[in-house]
Write a new protein. Structure first.
Length: 409
């Protein structure tokens, strides 16, 4: 079987792997159970807000191994990097299942799972995008969507386990499953050659004339476009990470939903987050990445405004806002792997995307902590929505600045 056909097997296996490590996004399901469990064994009140630091750290450390794993891929290949990441992620979940303090939860979920996610996710996405120069946006969307889809599937599995046992057992069983599935699926992952061109693919005249060189990370850091892109990613990821990290508490406190109904809101958000990654990638293949990013940022402002005007019991307005934000955030994450690849070349894309992912990590750390502190001090989420709206507007300005810089270069 030639590489043009084998690449589809690589894509399927990579999506299955991302589905496993996407359990990181299911944190909100584990958080309430762990808060109750830790409170009971430590005889002191631990809230979901006080555990937000665990999720923030998990998102913050990802770029470390995404960059390191990108360099390692060129030495030992993606299969072994993914295997190591899968084992580390599973161990992190198991450690979390034995946690008896916030510190141990930070070690297991925050550090082990966060570092493993960066290593595995960066490898699967970059390798797949390299295999599909003819469908960069679509494949970037599919691979990141499988990661996001985990936050739909894992909560269902985790809740079923917790109903029969408890949250600690959910961590342990899911951790074991991740190790087994990732190790088996990685067998079908092969590296994409630097000079790979799929059969029948003819680049457009515009792409042929662009002559995009393969930038090393040092060369990338010397371009003004990189700094605009990473700031734009930070702006676009902020609103998504803010809402995703606190979706259930927001639904319960702002709209007065029950915990069971609030968990459905989390699933709806996850579905739109997943769909946005595919839709955003497909649209970017048609109208270009930057135009799509502008569209998503404008839409996110609308979604946040709907949350601002949501009153107690107004479920329709709330759901509309949440769905728009999920769609926009997913679109952003689906576009950026191909965006980075197209601007800085495919050869060093694993490392380059890892560095670009720092923009996401910053938002992933700051947004959950910020919205928790704002709610604690004001008893309202609305000020946090205004902050996210302002950052989305900044992202739009950056997008137009990027166009101007690229035109002059």
């Amino acid at each position: 079987m030639n590489l043009t056909k084998k690449r589809w097997m690589v894509l399927i296996a990579s999506c299955l792997i991302n589905l496993c490590i996407g359990a990181l996004y299911a944190w909100s399901v584990f958080a309430s159970g762990m808060a109750e469990y830790l409170s009971s064994i430590n005889h002191s009140e631990i809230t979901t807000s006080s555990l937000a630091i665990v999720f923030s750290i998990a998102n913050m450390v990802g770029p470390i191994t995404m960059i390191g794993g990108g360099k390692l891929v060129r030495s030992i290949g993606p299969r072994w990097v993914i295997t190591m990441g899968g084992v580390c992620f599973g161990l992190g979940m198991i450690i979390s299942g034995f946690a008896q303090s916030v510190g141990m939860l930070i070690l297991g979920f925050g550090l082990c799972c966060g570092l493993a996610m960066g290593m595995t996710y960066g490898c699967t996405v970059s390798n797949c995008v390299k295999f599909f120069p003819d469908k960069r946006g679509f494949v970037g969307g599919i691979t990141t969507a499988s990661y996001g889809l985990s936050s739909v599937i894992v909560p269902i599995i985790a809740n079923n386990i917790m109903e029969e046992t408890d949250v600690t057992m959910a961590f342990k069983l899911i951790g074991i499953a991740v190790v087994l599935i990732v190790c088996i699926a990685s067998i079908w992952v092969i590296p994409c050659p630097d000079d790979f061109v799929p059969e029948g693919y003819k680049p457009s005249v515009e792409k042929l004339n662009s002559n995009v060189k393969d930038y090393t990370w040092k060369e990338m850091l010397k371009t003004p476009s990189f700094y605009i892109m990473i700031l734009m990613m930070c702006s676009g990821a902020f609103m998504g990470m803010m809402i995703i990290s606190q979706a259930s508490p927001i639904a319960q406190k702002q709209v007065m939903l029950s915990s069971a109904t609030a968990s459905l809101v989390v699933s709806v958000l996850a579905l739109f987050n997943t769909g946005g990654r595919i839709v955003g990638g497909m649209i970017s293949d048609k109208i270009g990445q930057v135009n799509t990013l502008i569209l998503l940022l404008l839409s996110s402002i609308v979604g946040l405004f709907l949350l601002v005007i949501t009153k107690e019991g107004n479920l329709v307005t709330f759901l509309m806002g949440v769905c728009i934000i999920g769609l926009c955030f997913g679109g952003f994450m689906g576009i950026y792997p191909g965006f980075t690849n197209e601007r800085f070349g495919a050869k060093y894309s694993s490392v380059n995307y890892g560095i670009m992912f720092i923009g996401f990590a910053v938002s992933g750390f700051v947004a959950p902590v910020m919205i928790g502190k704002i709610y604690t001090s004001t008893n309202s989420y609305v000020p946090a929505y205004y902050v996210a709206m302002a950052l989305s507007f900044v992202g739009i300005v950056l997008a137009f600045l990027y166009k101007r810089v690229e035109k002059q270069s």
